[in-house]
Design a protein around this ligand. Structure first.
Ligand SMILES: Nc1ncnc2c1ncn2[C@@H]1O[C@H](COP(=O)(O)OP(=O)(O)OP(=O)(O)O)[C@@H](O)[C@H]1O
Length: 233
Protein backbone atom coordinates (compact mmCIF):
# COMPACT_ATOMS: atom_id res chain seq x y z
CA UNK A 1 0.00 0.00 0.00
CA UNK A 2 1.33 3.51 -0.86
CA UNK A 3 2.02 5.93 1.97
CA UNK A 4 -1.30 7.53 2.90
CA UNK A 5 -1.68 11.25 2.39
CA UNK A 6 -4.41 13.87 2.82
CA UNK A 7 -3.84 17.39 1.52
CA UNK A 8 -6.06 20.45 1.90
CA UNK A 9 -5.21 23.89 0.51
CA UNK A 10 -7.33 26.98 1.28
CA UNK A 11 -10.50 24.93 1.60
CA UNK A 12 -13.73 26.76 2.27
CA UNK A 13 -17.15 25.13 2.44
CA UNK A 14 -20.34 27.13 2.53
CA UNK A 15 -23.87 25.84 3.02
CA UNK A 16 -26.00 28.33 1.09
CA UNK A 17 -23.99 31.44 1.92
CA UNK A 18 -23.01 30.44 5.42
CA UNK A 19 -19.39 29.25 5.80
CA UNK A 20 -19.04 25.99 7.74
CA UNK A 21 -15.30 25.74 7.02
CA UNK A 22 -13.00 28.64 6.29
CA UNK A 23 -9.66 28.56 4.55
CA UNK A 24 -8.37 25.24 5.89
CA UNK A 25 -4.90 24.10 4.84
CA UNK A 26 -2.95 21.13 6.11
CA UNK A 27 -1.13 18.05 4.93
CA UNK A 28 -1.35 14.74 6.78
CA UNK A 29 1.32 12.32 5.67
CA UNK A 30 1.91 8.79 6.87
CA UNK A 31 0.00 6.15 8.75
CA UNK A 32 -1.34 6.53 12.29
CA UNK A 33 -4.36 7.84 14.17
CA UNK A 34 -5.37 11.45 13.55
CA UNK A 35 -8.02 13.08 15.76
CA UNK A 36 -10.24 15.91 14.53
CA UNK A 37 -11.25 17.54 17.80
CA UNK A 38 -13.71 20.32 18.42
CA UNK A 39 -17.04 21.25 19.90
CA UNK A 40 -20.44 20.67 18.30
CA UNK A 41 -20.81 22.69 15.13
CA UNK A 42 -17.08 23.40 14.75
CA UNK A 43 -17.02 21.77 11.29
CA UNK A 44 -15.70 18.25 11.99
CA UNK A 45 -18.31 16.38 9.93
CA UNK A 46 -18.02 18.83 7.05
CA UNK A 47 -14.24 18.42 7.05
CA UNK A 48 -14.43 14.61 7.06
CA UNK A 49 -17.08 14.56 4.31
CA UNK A 50 -14.86 16.75 2.12
CA UNK A 51 -11.95 14.36 2.68
CA UNK A 52 -14.16 11.38 1.88
CA UNK A 53 -15.42 13.05 -1.32
CA UNK A 54 -19.01 13.21 -0.10
CA UNK A 55 -19.04 17.01 -0.32
CA UNK A 56 -17.31 19.37 -2.71
CA UNK A 57 -15.46 22.40 -1.40
CA UNK A 58 -16.89 25.82 -2.30
CA UNK A 59 -13.27 26.79 -3.01
CA UNK A 60 -9.84 25.31 -2.51
CA UNK A 61 -8.31 21.89 -3.13
CA UNK A 62 -8.76 18.55 -1.37
CA UNK A 63 -6.45 15.72 -2.41
CA UNK A 64 -6.20 12.18 -1.08
CA UNK A 65 -3.31 10.00 -2.24
CA UNK A 66 -2.10 12.91 -4.43
CA UNK A 67 -5.33 13.02 -6.46
CA UNK A 68 -8.16 15.56 -6.20
CA UNK A 69 -11.02 13.91 -4.33
CA UNK A 70 -13.83 12.63 -6.54
CA UNK A 71 -16.24 9.71 -6.64
CA UNK A 72 -13.34 7.51 -7.73
CA UNK A 73 -11.61 8.23 -4.42
CA UNK A 74 -13.81 5.65 -2.71
CA UNK A 75 -11.24 3.05 -3.76
CA UNK A 76 -8.72 4.76 -1.46
CA UNK A 77 -11.07 5.77 1.36
CA UNK A 78 -13.41 3.93 3.73
CA UNK A 79 -15.93 6.24 5.40
CA UNK A 80 -17.86 5.54 8.57
CA UNK A 81 -20.67 8.04 8.93
CA UNK A 82 -22.13 9.17 12.25
CA UNK A 83 -25.60 8.30 10.94
CA UNK A 84 -27.28 4.93 11.35
CA UNK A 85 -26.60 4.12 7.73
CA UNK A 86 -26.96 0.33 7.48
CA UNK A 87 -29.72 -1.32 5.47
CA UNK A 88 -32.00 -2.52 8.23
CA UNK A 89 -33.61 -5.39 6.30
CA UNK A 90 -30.29 -7.12 5.65
CA UNK A 91 -28.39 -9.46 7.96
CA UNK A 92 -24.70 -8.98 8.82
CA UNK A 93 -23.92 -11.91 6.51
CA UNK A 94 -25.76 -10.30 3.58
CA UNK A 95 -24.06 -6.99 4.27
CA UNK A 96 -20.62 -8.61 4.22
CA UNK A 97 -21.38 -10.37 0.91
CA UNK A 98 -22.63 -7.07 -0.51
CA UNK A 99 -19.37 -5.32 0.44
CA UNK A 100 -17.31 -8.17 -0.94
CA UNK A 101 -19.00 -7.58 -4.31
CA UNK A 102 -18.74 -3.78 -4.40
CA UNK A 103 -15.28 -3.19 -2.89
CA UNK A 104 -12.37 -5.25 -4.29
CA UNK A 105 -10.27 -4.28 -1.24
CA UNK A 106 -12.86 -5.66 1.23
CA UNK A 107 -11.60 -8.62 3.27
CA UNK A 108 -14.48 -10.99 3.92
CA UNK A 109 -12.23 -13.12 6.15
CA UNK A 110 -11.32 -10.17 8.36
CA UNK A 111 -14.99 -9.19 8.60
CA UNK A 112 -16.15 -12.67 9.63
CA UNK A 113 -13.28 -13.00 12.07
CA UNK A 114 -14.26 -9.73 13.80
CA UNK A 115 -17.92 -10.81 13.79
CA UNK A 116 -16.94 -14.06 15.56
CA UNK A 117 -14.82 -12.21 18.13
CA UNK A 118 -17.74 -9.90 18.84
CA UNK A 119 -20.22 -12.77 19.09
CA UNK A 120 -22.54 -11.04 16.65
CA UNK A 121 -25.31 -13.14 15.13
CA UNK A 122 -24.61 -13.04 11.37
CA UNK A 123 -28.16 -14.06 10.49
CA UNK A 124 -30.07 -11.55 12.56
CA UNK A 125 -31.64 -8.68 10.62
CA UNK A 126 -29.78 -5.43 11.27
CA UNK A 127 -32.97 -3.73 12.43
CA UNK A 128 -33.13 -6.23 15.31
CA UNK A 129 -29.56 -5.62 16.51
CA UNK A 130 -29.01 -3.34 19.51
CA UNK A 131 -27.68 0.16 18.86
CA UNK A 132 -24.27 -0.92 20.19
CA UNK A 133 -24.17 -3.94 17.87
CA UNK A 134 -25.18 -1.84 14.87
CA UNK A 135 -22.28 0.50 15.71
CA UNK A 136 -19.95 -2.54 15.96
CA UNK A 137 -21.16 -3.90 12.63
CA UNK A 138 -20.66 -0.54 10.91
CA UNK A 139 -17.09 -0.57 12.22
CA UNK A 140 -16.52 -4.16 11.09
CA UNK A 141 -17.39 -3.08 7.55
CA UNK A 142 -15.09 -0.03 7.62
CA UNK A 143 -12.21 -1.92 9.26
CA UNK A 144 -12.42 -4.73 6.70
CA UNK A 145 -11.56 -2.35 3.88
CA UNK A 146 -7.86 -2.51 2.99
CA UNK A 147 -7.55 1.10 1.93
CA UNK A 148 -4.90 3.70 2.76
CA UNK A 149 -7.36 6.14 4.38
CA UNK A 150 -10.04 5.34 6.96
CA UNK A 151 -12.40 8.19 7.88
CA UNK A 152 -14.61 7.81 10.96
CA UNK A 153 -17.08 10.49 11.95
CA UNK A 154 -17.86 10.34 15.69
CA UNK A 155 -17.55 6.54 16.03
CA UNK A 156 -18.42 6.80 19.75
CA UNK A 157 -21.39 9.12 19.49
CA UNK A 158 -24.65 8.18 21.20
CA UNK A 159 -23.27 5.01 22.82
CA UNK A 160 -23.07 4.19 26.53
CA UNK A 161 -19.63 4.19 28.25
CA UNK A 162 -19.03 0.41 28.19
CA UNK A 163 -19.92 0.13 24.50
CA UNK A 164 -17.69 3.13 23.77
CA UNK A 165 -14.76 1.40 25.43
CA UNK A 166 -15.45 -1.72 23.45
CA UNK A 167 -15.72 0.20 20.17
CA UNK A 168 -12.39 1.92 20.81
CA UNK A 169 -10.77 -1.45 21.47
CA UNK A 170 -12.23 -2.79 18.23
CA UNK A 171 -10.77 0.15 16.31
CA UNK A 172 -7.35 -0.06 17.94
CA UNK A 173 -7.05 -3.83 17.54
CA UNK A 174 -8.23 -3.94 13.93
CA UNK A 175 -7.18 -0.76 12.17
CA UNK A 176 -3.86 -1.34 10.45
CA UNK A 177 -2.23 1.80 11.86
CA UNK A 178 1.18 0.79 10.49
CA UNK A 179 -0.22 1.06 6.97
CA UNK A 180 -3.42 3.09 7.20
CA UNK A 181 -4.15 6.69 8.03
CA UNK A 182 -7.14 6.65 10.37
CA UNK A 183 -8.78 10.05 10.83
CA UNK A 184 -11.61 10.23 13.36
CA UNK A 185 -13.65 13.04 14.85
CA UNK A 186 -14.84 13.38 18.40
CA UNK A 187 -15.55 15.97 21.05
CA UNK A 188 -14.67 13.45 23.80
CA UNK A 189 -10.89 13.89 23.74
CA UNK A 190 -10.23 12.20 27.10
CA UNK A 191 -11.48 8.86 25.74
CA UNK A 192 -9.26 8.85 22.67
CA UNK A 193 -6.25 10.80 23.91
CA UNK A 194 -4.12 7.69 24.49
CA UNK A 195 -4.60 6.47 20.90
CA UNK A 196 -3.95 9.68 18.99
CA UNK A 197 -0.70 10.22 17.11
CA UNK A 198 -1.77 13.55 15.70
CA UNK A 199 -4.43 16.18 16.47
CA UNK A 200 -6.38 18.74 14.47
CA UNK A 201 -8.28 21.23 16.63
CA UNK A 202 -11.32 22.83 15.00
CA UNK A 203 -13.11 25.95 16.19
CA UNK A 204 -15.85 27.90 14.38
CA UNK A 205 -15.00 26.32 11.04
CA UNK A 206 -11.29 27.00 11.32
CA UNK A 207 -8.37 24.69 11.94
CA UNK A 208 -6.68 26.40 14.87
CA UNK A 209 -3.95 23.86 15.60
CA UNK A 210 -2.58 20.80 13.82
CA UNK A 211 0.28 18.97 15.48
CA UNK A 212 1.83 15.66 16.44
CA UNK A 213 0.24 14.63 19.78
CA UNK A 214 3.54 13.79 21.49
CA UNK A 215 5.19 17.04 20.39
CA UNK A 216 2.18 18.99 21.63
CA UNK A 217 2.21 17.24 25.03
CA UNK A 218 5.92 18.03 25.44
CA UNK A 219 5.57 21.63 24.26
CA UNK A 220 2.64 22.35 26.53
CA UNK A 221 3.60 20.08 29.42
CA UNK A 222 -0.01 18.98 29.76
CA UNK A 223 -2.59 16.53 28.43
CA UNK A 224 -4.39 17.04 25.13
CA UNK A 225 -7.61 17.52 27.12
CA UNK A 226 -6.03 20.47 28.94
CA UNK A 227 -4.68 21.87 25.66
CA UNK A 228 -8.07 21.52 24.03
CA UNK A 229 -9.67 23.46 26.89
CA UNK A 230 -7.02 26.13 26.50
CA UNK A 231 -7.19 26.55 22.72
CA UNK A 232 -10.96 26.33 22.44
CA UNK A 233 -11.65 28.75 25.30
N1 LIG B 1 -26.44 20.51 5.31
C1 LIG B 1 -26.23 21.65 5.98
N2 LIG B 1 -26.90 22.78 5.69
C2 LIG B 1 -26.69 23.94 6.36
N3 LIG B 1 -25.81 24.08 7.38
C3 LIG B 1 -25.11 22.98 7.73
C4 LIG B 1 -25.29 21.71 7.06
N4 LIG B 1 -24.46 20.81 7.66
C5 LIG B 1 -23.80 21.48 8.64
N5 LIG B 1 -24.20 22.76 8.67
C6 LIG B 1 -23.65 23.80 9.59
O1 LIG B 1 -22.25 23.86 9.41
C7 LIG B 1 -21.57 24.03 10.67
C8 LIG B 1 -20.59 22.88 10.88
O2 LIG B 1 -21.35 21.67 11.03
P1 LIG B 1 -20.67 20.24 11.18
O3 LIG B 1 -21.76 19.24 11.22
O4 LIG B 1 -19.62 20.09 10.15
O5 LIG B 1 -19.98 20.38 12.63
P2 LIG B 1 -19.53 19.26 13.67
O6 LIG B 1 -18.31 19.79 14.35
O7 LIG B 1 -19.42 17.95 12.99
O8 LIG B 1 -20.75 19.22 14.69
P3 LIG B 1 -21.28 17.99 15.60
O9 LIG B 1 -20.17 17.66 16.56
O10 LIG B 1 -22.48 18.59 16.26
O11 LIG B 1 -21.61 16.86 14.67
C9 LIG B 1 -22.67 24.11 11.73
O12 LIG B 1 -22.94 25.46 11.97
C10 LIG B 1 -23.85 23.43 11.06
O13 LIG B 1 -25.05 23.95 11.54
Amino acid sequence: MNEPEIYLKNVTKKYLRQPALENISFQLKGSGVYGVLGENGSGKTTLLKLIAGLLRPSSGTVKVMHRPVSRLSSKDIAYLSDADSLYSFQSAQQLIHFWEKVAPDFSKDKAFSMIRELNLDVNMKIKNLSKGNRARLKLVIALSRQVPVLVMDEPLSGLDPLVREDILKLIVMNADVEQQLLILSTHEVSEVEAFLDHVIFMKDGKCILEENAEVLREQKGQSLVATMREVLA
